[in-house]
Design a protein around this ligand. Structure first.
Ligand code: ADP
Ligand code: MG
Length: 356
């Protein structure tokens, strides 16, 4: 029996580890002329590790206390960076407190109340104030103030009138030093701080570090650096896609320009757009399409659902993807092999030639 070419291409794609959802989706994959790639979880493995923990002087925190504080705020998050922070804290045997009022802001970071303190973990580029302006975070502020039953005109609620604090005082940055002596620290007995990446994880492939800021009651208390590895197949997959479309893919990332540049360099990508919020990724895809391009967006599905939907064809990396992204995408890479992406575009083109 002869199968229609597009269905037979779907079956072949399946053997390559790519689940294409319909004959129409298979057909669209072959129509694309431009590729936009997400960085984290797409060109990189998406399983970053904490490679540096740096408490700020005057924070009253040592490395383990800082890591435990950040992990408490990140615990409810499914973001790869969050999982890395929690994993590092667990690996060091730290006690992770239960946070309240958790809010994640896509592309920026998380905020939660941890043992009486408003803790934020997120982009270095975002000041605490900027994060607060984002809707979800403003909502948390409003709810905190509603719980107080009053708005006292002060930007952050004080320990005295904050109902979410359970009567625990959040240490101010200045008195932290004095307090450190009498407060039992989760770090006790585990004094060696986490240092540079090379001690923790040998990198066989180029890596890109991203540094996030931890604030406590809007005061910066330290930074964490997370390092992700380039997927071994990323350079070959990028070259394959460039060969098929005649232009090198565009890199779209919410990460900083430095981390983006390292990945771009390793994959031969020259068009790099960094510091993008999820909606900026959508706009970048739309702009390319308004210029007449048919864009294939490849993302890991974390925050990427809108860009996957806006693109002519959306391909999600299956391992990290959210349910929403897997539903939105036209196809899902279920096996962890990036070279399947150019392979499936090639398959579609061949099938379309047979159909037409
Ligand atoms: P990408 O586009 O590389 O997949 P995201 O859009 O998910 O990245 O996130 C962009 C940036 O926002 C991250 O590099 C980080 O600085 C910050 N961020 C997002 N989520 C978190 C989180 N849960 N914890 C800390 N930082 C975060
Ligand atoms: Mg991502």
């Amino acid at each position: 029996a002869t199968m229609p070419p597009l269905l037979s291409a779907i079956a072949t794609a399946g053997r390559h580890g790519v689940l294409v959802k319909s004959a129409v989706a298979m057909e669209r994959l072959g129509e694309i002329d431009t590729v936009a790639l997400d960085k984290t979880g797409t060109l990189t493995e998406g399983t970053p590790e904490v490679t540096d923990v740096s408490p700020l002087p005057g924070s009253g925190l040592d490395a383990d206390a800082l890591l435990a504080l950040a992990a408490a705020a990140e615990l409810p998050s499914e973001h790869p960076l969050a999982r890395a922070v929690v994993g590092a804290a667990r690996a060091r045997g730290l006690r992770i407190a239960t946070a309240q009022g958790f809010v994640a802001t896509p592309g920026r970071g998380v905020r939660a109340v941890v043992e009486g303190c408003a803790v934020e973990v997120g982009r270095m580029e975002d000041s605490a104030d900027r994060m607060r302006r984002v809707d979800g975070v403003r909502d948390l502020d409003d709810r905190m103030h509603e719980a107080d039953g009053m708005r006292n005109g002060v930007d952050r609620p004080s320990a005295a009138d904050d109902g979410m604090r359970n009567g625990v005082d959040c240490p101010a940055a200045d008195d932290g030093m004095q307090d450190a002596g009498d407060r039992p620290s989760p770090a006790d007995g585990m004094r060696n701080p986490i240092t540079r990446s090379s001690h923790l994880r040998p990198h066989s492939h180029p890596s890109a570090g991203t540094t996030v800021l931890v604030t406590r009651d809007s005061t910066p208390v330290g930074t964490l650096t997370l390092t992700d590895r380039l997927r071994p197949a990323a350079p070959a997959a990028t070259a394959g896609l460039a060969g098929l479309t005649g232009t090198t893919p565009v890199l779209l990332t919410g990460d900083n320009a430095h981390a983006a540049a390292r990945v771009a360099e390793a994959t031969g990508i020259t068009d790099v757009r960094a510091d993008l919020l999820p909606e900026d990724k959508v706009n970048a895809v739309r702009e390319l399409q308004l210029a007449g391009r048919k864009v294939l967006f490849v993302g890991d599905g974390v925050n990427d659902a809108p860009a996957l939907a806006a693109a002519h064809s959306g391909l999600a990396m299956g391992r990290a993807g959210s349910d929403l992204a897997l539903e939105t995408a036209d196809a899902v890479v279920v096996r962890d092999d990036l070279t399947a992406v150019p392979a499936v575009v090639r398959l579609s083109r061949t099938a379309r030639r047979l159909v037409l």
